[in-house]
Design a protein around this ligand. Structure first.
Ligand code: ADE
Length: 833
């Protein structure tokens, strides 16, 4: 809207107050006319006046920004809330609802500031209506911005049998329905809409785990059982598209947790309907998959569709087991915007379309070519292709230039212009104007993006170069204010040395080698062992017993990291009489550095023995692949465990909802502090303490571990520095982020954040309303300690004395933070023995 890419004719409204407050003045951050769109009269709560934006093509809309009428200080009107109605064809209208079924989006509280909202789920539409919502009769004016990208799939609806409930004995009930489907549900069938199969969220290996906060087990999947009436042997789905397209392939993201009776489909047959309305062609495309009983990972199955032309597809997916579960379906197509079968409202071909058209005309000259094509036309086409290539090259060079400029932007914006409200129930961030909406991506505001999205962030070079940072933050040599926490670290505070000393007495931070040191080998942490060098490691250094690998029988995959996998295995004759064990295995193609780090980790772990630290049982290092075998923790990691539970109450008892009591939480906290006290007594620094790295056994004993698969499962908890180190910034002390300094005191900081996670039952990521860049910016505020830092709020479940303890862990001065011994002593009395 702001940059004029949506032209005036495409912005309309149900009414306008005056000529000068018409819909064309509804552009965010623009001040033309009387400064905004205002519908006629005062808005009554029951009114549904709207601003309508025709995007000209199907678009995946992910973010909406709104502002009121500022009019250089004279405006007073704004919308406190709005609804979104949308239509893919301009005729049939649907109302957007968030994942909890709420259609109302909270908006502005003044005329000036832009409020940016992520849409969860995103909307796939061509036309969007913004309907201001008011509680009282009041005048309303709005300016808006929309963020998203073209919906290249062109899919406008899918029909299928409704998803079903899985009620397995001994496991939580999984509800495998399509909870955001926007079509109709009739006679156990979904028809005419889109939903979870097109929301961009792919399910995890374990279908019970969900990527949504407050999502129920099975939330991310649409799943069917093989023996119901609607799904006898196969599931039939119909896909309708905006226009005729040539189908290259279909990608189906499918679960394969065969230990629970779920497998990808064994085969699929697809029929094609060239025109709407029209009949189906008789000849299907049939594709048989290769079934896989060894790897339980969810995966994309790509079905080649032979470039067949169609406007609709009907596919029958055949079961390979009792259950079949899909989380996402997408299509790769080619289409001809100028062909006769086009939609009534043609949109200009974008760059991508143009490329595709060129490719098709070049390789497939008979296909939809005008009958009178001849040499001049071909030459024209070739010239067009060359011109397009030149334009694309120019655009790439221009983008590179813009990216460079933008790299400097986040810090500037964050330094002065961002106000953040932290609350547990709102996902609002208020940007003081002018919030310049980036062209290429939505603003870095609001709740964290879904974990599976590939997150690439620009980073101010100063964060990779502490010397530059020091120049930028001259206060780095000022001494800290004391917090009154009475901490226990005698080590000299970093702030007491000169910049020169500080830089040289601390490692060159996050250099390439640090990547491995921070991530360990299967992505796991390395404890700090000063005298251990890579070259000095030999088999003699490893005190754990060798175990014959052929006696380990694979049962299921527990996790996966950058450098390897963790498997549940069964074995006979294992140390301590164990039968089920966790086996962490180094990838065959690991670098020699990763290999050495794996051996180092084994060496360190073999020296650790504590009831609250995961126990290494034996190793397989006589041959490749290197393996370490640890005790198996039946209840998985603490983050998953807590996020699937509620606090114990009469309600949880009455409804059989999995729960934990406050005393369970306190007991967990004591156990973590005890494990950390043990590590601290050996001068080991963990560097990545968090609930995701605490495991629970059958009796709910907690053991601290760090298996690298958490880097995959919890990728949004880590911040990637331009392909180098991967950092859990939300758990890191300011000095670890800014100076690369990891000590027991920074572990204490992470312990405070871990306690916070425990008492929020892991329902929220720490600082969930801050983007990664804002978290880093906030770190600067922790350092400056001028009261501008955003703090984690006191979790409602958390006793005040405990929150005070957390706050002490986040003291600016490392010497002021408590020790693990002190934390353990402070926490232990809270637990009824
Ligand atoms: N995931 C990673 N390590 C594990 C272990 N030791 N037990 C259970 N699940 C795990």
């Amino acid at each position: 809207m702001q940059d004029g890419r949506i032209v005036g004719d495409d912005i309309t409204a149900s009414s306008q107050w005056h000529e000068t407050t018409g819909p064309k003045y509804a552009r965010l951050n623009r001040e033309e006319g009387d400064g905004a769109w205002c519908p006629e009269g005062e808005r009554e709560p029951s009114d549904s006046q709207y601003l309508q934006v025709d995007l000209g093509q199907l678009t995946f809309v992910t973010v909406v920004g709104t502002q009121g009428r500022y009019a250089r200080g004279s405006g007073k009107e704004f919308a406190r809330a709005y609804r979104l109605n949308y239509s893919r064809d301009g005729t049939l209208w649907r109302t957007w609802k968030n994942r909890h079924g709420n259609p109302v989006v909270e908006a502005n509280s003044d005329t000036y500031n832009a409020v940016i909202k992520d849409l969860h789920p995103p909307i796939i539409t061509r036309v969007l209506r913004i309907v201001p919502v008011t509680a009282l009769s009041a005048p309303v004016c709005m300016r808006v911005e929309l963020y998203g990208c073209p919906w290249e799939d062109g899919l406008v609806s899918y029909n299928s049998a409704e998803g079903q409930l899985m009620i397995p004995p001994g496991f939580p009930i999984a509800s495998l329905n399509d909870s955001i489907y926007d079509g109709t549900h009739q006679r156990r069938r979904l028809s005419g809409g889109l939903g979870q199969l097109t929301d961009g969220v792919i399910g995890q290996d374990d279908f019970l785990l969900t990527r949504q906060y407050h999502g129920w087990p099975g939330y991310d999947y649409l799943g069917w059982r093989n023996d119901s009436i609607s799904t006898l042997g196969y599931v039939e789905m119909e896909f309708v598209f905006d226009r005729q397209r040539n189908f290259t392939s279909m990608k189906v993201h499918s679960n394969n947790m065969f230990s629970r009776g779920v497998k990808i489909f064994s085969s699929v047959s697809c029929w094609f309907k060239p025109h709407l309305p029209g009949g189906w062609e008789t000849e299907p495309v049939v594709f048989h998959t290769v079934l896989d009983d060894r790897n339980p990972s969810a995966r994309y199955v790509t079905v080649p569709l032979g470039r067949r032309a169609a406007a609709a597809l009907r596919c029958q997916f055949y079961f390979a087991d009792v259950w079949m579960m899909f989380s996402e379906i997408s299509f790769l197509t080619l289409y001809f915007p100028f062909s006769r079968s086009q939609q009534p409202r043609p949109s200009p071909p974008d760059q991508h379309d143009a490329m595709i058209i060129s490719a098709v005309t070049a390789t497939n000259p008979t296909n939809d070519q005008p009958e009178d094509s001849n040499t001049p036309v071909l030459i024209g086409c070739l010239v067009t292709i060359i011109l397009l290539l030149v334009v694309i090259i120019f655009l790439i060079l221009w983008c590179q230039y813009v990216c460079k400029v933008l790299e400097k932007a986040p810090r500037q914006i964050l330094d002065e212009d961002v106000t953040v409200r932290l609350s547990s129930c709102s996902d609002t961030i208020v940007l003081r104007t002018p919030p310049v909406p980036p062209r290429a991506a939505p603003p870095t505001a609001t709740v964290p993006s879904d974990p599976h999205y590939e997150r690439v962030f620009l980073l101010d070079p100063q964060y990779q170069n502490p010397a530059a940072l020091r120049n930028k933050l001259p206060e780095l040599s000022q001494s800290a204010e004391t917090s009154g926490c009475g901490g226990g670290y005698a080590e000299p505070d970093i702030t007491q040395c000169t910049p020169h000393q500080c830089f040289h007495s601390n490692a060159p931070h996050y250099a390439e080698t640090d990547v491995v040191r921070l991530q360990g080998v299967t992505g796991s942490n390395m404890y700090a062992v000063p005298a251990l060098t890579v070259d000095s490691l030999t088999r003699q250094d490893i005190s754990a017993a060798e175990f014959p690998r052929q006696r380990l029988v694979f049962r299921e995959k527990l996790g996966e990291g950058q450098f390897g996998e963790v498997h549940l295995c069964e074995g006979e004759g294992l140390p301590g009489g164990a039968v089920l064990v966790a086996v962490k295995q180094l990838r065959a193609d690991a670098t020699s550095q990763a290999r050495n780090d794996f051996l180092k980790e084994i060496k360190i772990m073999s020296r650790l023995s504590d009831p609250n630290i995961i126990q290494l049982l034996c190793v397989c290092v006589a041959s490749d692949p290197l393996c370490m075998v640890t005790e198996y923790m039946e209840n998985g990691d603490l983050n998953m465990f807590l996020s699937q539970r509620e606090i114990e109450s009469t309600l949880t008892h009455a409804n059989n909802i999995p729960s934990v009591s406050l005393s369970d939480l306190l007991h967990m906290s004591v156990q973590i502090s005890s494990g950390m006290k043990y590590l601290a007594s050996l001068n080991f620094v963990h560097r990545d303490l968090a609930t995701r790295n605490c495991l629970l056994d059958r009796r709910l004993t907690i053991k601290i571990a760090d298996f690298g698969m958490s880097r995959n499962l919890y990728s949004s908890d880590y911040y990637r520095i331009q392909g180098r180190a991967v950092l859990p910034i939300r758990w890191m002390a300011w000095e670890s982020i800014l100076l690369g300094k990891f000590t027991m005191a920074s572990d204490v900081w992470a312990f405070g954040v871990t306690l916070w996670e425990v008492f929020t039952l892991c329902k929220e990521q720490p600082y969930s309303l801050l983007s990664d860049q804002q978290v880093i910016q906030n770190t600067g505020e922790f350092f400056r300690n001028q009261g501008r830092q955003v703090l984690l709020y006191a979790p409602p479940l958390c006793p005040p004395s405990l929150f005070k303890l957390m706050m002490c862990c986040w003291g600016r001065d490392t010497a002021e933070r408590p020790t693990f011994e002190g934390l353990y002593q402070a926490l232990r009395p809270h637990v009824n023995q």
